[in-house]
Design a binder for this molecule. Sequence first.
Ligand code: DQA
Length: 155
Amino acid sequence: MASVMILNGPNLNLLGTREPGIYGAQTLRDVEDLCTRTAADLGLTADCRQSNHEGVLVDWLQEAGAQQRDDHSIGAVLNAGAYTHTSVALHDAVTGSGLRLVEVHISNVHAREPFRHHSYLSPAAAGIIVGFGTEGYRLAIQGLHRLAEAGRLEA
Ligand code: DQA
């Protein structure tokens, strides 16, 4: 069975208690359960991981790219948190590994502070889901699956 990697970056371990007015009441565990159910409905397994460390996320993106190349994975969903707005290294990990990526943000970053308006990941992403709350993870997995199927039919 193919898998999909779901990566959450810094401070997303605090979901549920972190600024609930912006990020909602769902915990990371709730989000990972949603991802697991969504993936299962599509015949996929969800490999859910969270780290507060940029280099760990780089390693995982490279791993996801290798799994995709070997046809073991359809790609990855990433909420890179604040690293979205700072990290050339995460951008390069996606482009360098050839990873099919959907970038997710729980909040509408474009309606927030100007420093959240720029993403280093967006130019490397196949798709972007922003501002749908934690439901965005479901939409991201479904969208990634469609892109992977379209790529398979073209090949
Ligand atoms: C976030 C938005 C980022 O700007 C912020 O740093 C986060 C969460 C979101 O999901 O809305 O940590 O990625």
